[in-house]
Ligand binder design. Structure first.
Ligand code: UN1
Length: 512
């Protein structure tokens, strides 16, 4: 245990005897239906976690319903106070939780710490928000009348999260939902259940300390069937799901069928446009982190570089040389830049994508491949790769969750913008330019069609203060900052008559 994993687990409270406390269920289990959590860093099994089923689901929903009746009556600023304490608890465990995330999911320790920092930041944001859940007041068209709107809690929020941000995405949803007066039922990725249980433990302890009922925060580990239960359940007014477009379409359809609300944050196929006016030092660094950070497993990962022909060769050779300096290995070792993919299925997807781009006529700039030998025993470490490709290739239109970057050449900016928008997904985008006209054209209504559009910054690494999400097959949902909280509440319009008569709206006469 060279990186002190067991000690960190202990410090976060991952011990069989205290895990059950906040859900009423004992999740650490080696029984039949257990899900094993493997670390892609060294291939070792970390623990077995009990899988939920229809019965445990019912128990959790029943508990959540009871908890909601109490939680919705706690004044929002007091709810914020509890979220503040959760943020403080996360500050205390930042190093240990960051380490668990890194070990269980495979992102670098620095990125694991960054992910916990996002959780702390969203808690702070939610605390402020707890005093700012503002509604508008309107001027009534009738004398002696007052109109205003209020925002009320929704109820149970189902949260489905992906392996790549095993803790932060939950917190963006949960911290907001809690200050809004909702209770949360979380189905984490079955590829990173321990990180979820750690969070459940951290937050559950604080709710318990305040004498709050169990069920304001609960977790149910399981496969897609648990996701189906949440999606189909009319007792769950909002399902917030992060993951593949394929999963999102299923969730959106099931929730839509019962006219519930879904908040979908799905695949991206993010591009950076590098114009001939770019500061190439910034452009190369931005593209490099965007493409290989988290081993290409962010929904905001840079997958396409759309480069102006006059700087194309220089960008290509500088990137290739930067790639040659990347050190790939155990994510907990801070000298390494790139860790493993999440599992061997992901490796298969990566290798298949490389086959496809070659078959479609892509040219190798930096070749990929599976790494083997010392330190690579888990079979999950791959080489970040670069190919020259065409935007219309089927594989380029598709999001492969791996470090594969496609280089595409352009002549004019309108052409570059059309290429950037010419994919089914619409999450993140960026332009590298020092030219004001180019930047503004890219940001204009005729520019990028994505939910996120950056200038001289890569596509990944969004701050929590902005609304996060995207258009088209990305699903249209917005999480995190700005006014994303409105998705977690129901709006009620109130009209009050304090006059002695009953005038009708629109001047309608109805006298008897
Ligand atoms: C994701 O990959 O699901 O903008 C979320 C970013 C991070 C979040 C990514 N703040 O890259």
């Amino acid at each position: 245990d060279p990186f002190g994993i067991s000690l960190s687990l202990q410090k976060i409270g991952i011990e069989a005897e205290n895990l059950g406390s906040s859900t009423g269920l004992d999740w650490l289990d080696s029984g039949e239906k257990a899900i094993a959590s493997f670390s892609p860093a060294d291939g070792k099994s970390i623990a077995q976690v009990q899988s939920g089923n229809a019965e445990t689901y019912e128990a959790i929903i029943a508990q959540a319903q009871i908890a909601f009746e109490k939680w919705r009556t706690v004044p929002a600023p007091q709810r914020g106070e509890i979220v503040r304490e959760i943020g403080n608890a996360l500050r205390e465990v930042k190093a240990d939780l960051g380490k668990l995330v890194s070990y269980e999911m495979g992102k670098s320790y620095q990125e694991g710490l960054g992910e916990v920092q996002e959780m702390i930041d969203i808690c702070d944001f939610a605390v402020g928000l707890s005093r700012q859940l503002y509604g508008l007041t309107m001027h009534s068209e009738r004398p002696g009348h007052r109109m205003y709107e209020q925002w009320h809690p929704l109820g149970i929020v189902g949260i489905i999260s992906a392996f790549n941000f095993p803790v932060a995405v939950w917190s963006w949803n949960a911290a907001l939902a809690w200050v809004c007066g909702d209770v949360c039922v979380w189905k984490p990725s079955e590829k990173a259940p321990l990180s979820a249980l750690a969070c459940q433990h951290i937050a559950g302890r604080i709710f318990a300390k305040h004498g709050m009922p169990e069920g304001i925060c609960s977790v149910i580990v399981g496969d897609y069937q648990v996701g189906e239960l949440l999606s189909q359940d009319p007792r769950v007014p909002l399902v917030s799901a992060t993951g593949s477009t394929r999963m999102g379409k299923l969730v959106g359809k099931a929730v839509g069928e019962r006219l519930g609300r879904s908040l979908l944050e799905l695949g991206g196929n993010n591009a950076i446009i590098i114009t001939e006016n770019a500061d190439l030092d910034i452009a190369i660094r931005g593209a490099l982190f965007g493409a290989v950070g988290t081993a290409g497993q962010r929904c905001t990962t840079t997958r396409r570089l759309i480069v102006q022909e006059n700087v194309y060769e220089e960008v290509k050779s500088r990137l290739a040389s930067a790639y040659s300096k990347l050190v790939i290995g155990n994510p907990l070792d801070e000298k390494n830049h790139v860790g493993p993919l999440i599992d061997q299925d992901a490796v298969k997807g990566y290798l298949a994508a490389i086959e496809k781009v070659k078959a479609e006529g892509g040219k190798v700039v930096v070749d990929g491949g599976l790494l083997s030998g010392d330190g690579y025993e888990s079979g999950c470490y791959v080489k970040p790769a670069i190919f020259e490709a065409e935007n219309h290739f089927a594989i380029v239109q598709h999001e492969t969750f791996a470090p594969i970057l496609y280089l595409i050449k352009y002549k004019t900016l309108p052409e570059a913008i059309a290429l950037q928008n010419g994919v089914p997904q619409g999450l993140s985008s960026a332009i590298m330019t020092t030219h004001m006209r180019e930047a503004e054209a890219f940001l204009s209504a005729a520019g990028s069609d994505c939910g996120i559009a950056n200038v001289n910054i890569g596509t990944s690494g969004a701050e929590i203060g902005g609304a996060f999400g995207g258009e088209k097959e990305t699903g249209g949902g917005r999480e995190s900052g700005s006014d994303a909280w409105k998705a977690y509440m129901r709006r009620q319009t109130n009209t009050i008559n304090y006059s002695t008569s009953l005038p009708l709206a629109q001047g309608i006469k109805f006298d008897i």
